[in-house]
Design a protein around this ligand. Structure first.
Ligand code: SF4
Length: 230
């Protein structure tokens, strides 16, 4: 049991964010691991359903760590999609575990195209990820893809291969490239704005919709975005 928090978002659609703690990868650049282990107790499925049932929501976003490691995820996607009748989303996943049924949209991060690099830097092969990406698209789930530009590791060449792969699945899938955010003790630097522009242009050789974000620090990122990640 690794769901430790549910919070409400007033954005459109009004939604509940169901937040997991745990991951099956070991990425050296992981921001999430900077967070301390949650102090509140993990929630039972029954309790989660009860809370969601009482909320006025139009959607549920499942996220945090690697949400697909949560063993009761499909029970919750079934409950929210089929019983509550709301939009269901997996905010972000590394794609290693096949996502559950009963989801409308999903964010899948492809960290590297080279399997050797992927194994070395995440601890796992990317072969299941590429397969799950294709299968998820074939099921009609709307995918938003993402990757991280890490200078001298995941640069133009790797980004180009990732974009080319996504383009073979569907060139209309959106790709978001996040510039690496410096984690203390890691060997990589933050990319420059020009490097991000170049990476975007490389990806646009294969995809119709590519954008990027670049943050100067973890604080900069958290101030703008990360209240939902854990
Ligand atoms: S998959 Fe995401 S949460 Fe898991 S270790 Fe990698 S960066 Fe962190």
């Amino acid at each position: 049991m690794t769901i430790h928090k549910i919070h409400y978002s007033k954005e459109d659609p009004k939604r509940a964010n169901v937040v997991n703690y745990s991951c099956n990868f070991n990425c050296g650049w992981c921001l999430y691991r900077l967070k301390t282990k949650p102090k509140n107790k993990y929630m039972e499925v029954k309790e989660i359903k009860h809370i969601l049932n009482d909320m006025e929501i139009n959607g549920v976003n499942f996220l945090g760590g690697e949400i697909t490691t949560y063993p009761h995820l499909e029970e919750l996607t079934y409950f929210t999609h089929e019983v509550l009748g709301v939009h269901t989303k997996i905010g972000h996943t590394n794609g290693y575990i096949s996502p559950p049924d009963y989801i409308d949209t999903i964010g899948i991060s492809i960290k590297m195209f080279s399997d050797e690099l992927h194994k070395k830097y995440t601890g796992k092969s990317n072969k299941p990820i590429l397969k799950n990406f294709e299968n998820t698209h074939d099921k009609g789930v709307q995918i938003k893809a993402s990757t991280i530009y890490i200078p001298d590791l995941v640069d133009d060449e790797e980004i180009g291969k990732i974009a080319k792969f996504i383009g073979t699945v569907d060139p209309e899938i959106k790709l978001h490239i996040t510039g690496y955010i410096k984690i203390p003790g890691t060997p990589w630097r933050i990319p420059t704005y020009d490097e991000m522009i170049n990476a975007k242009e490389v990806a646009e050789s294969y995809l119709e919709n590519v954008d990027f974000s670049l943050y100067s620090s973890v604080n900069d990122y958290e101030n703008k975005f990360s209240k939902n990640i854990g």
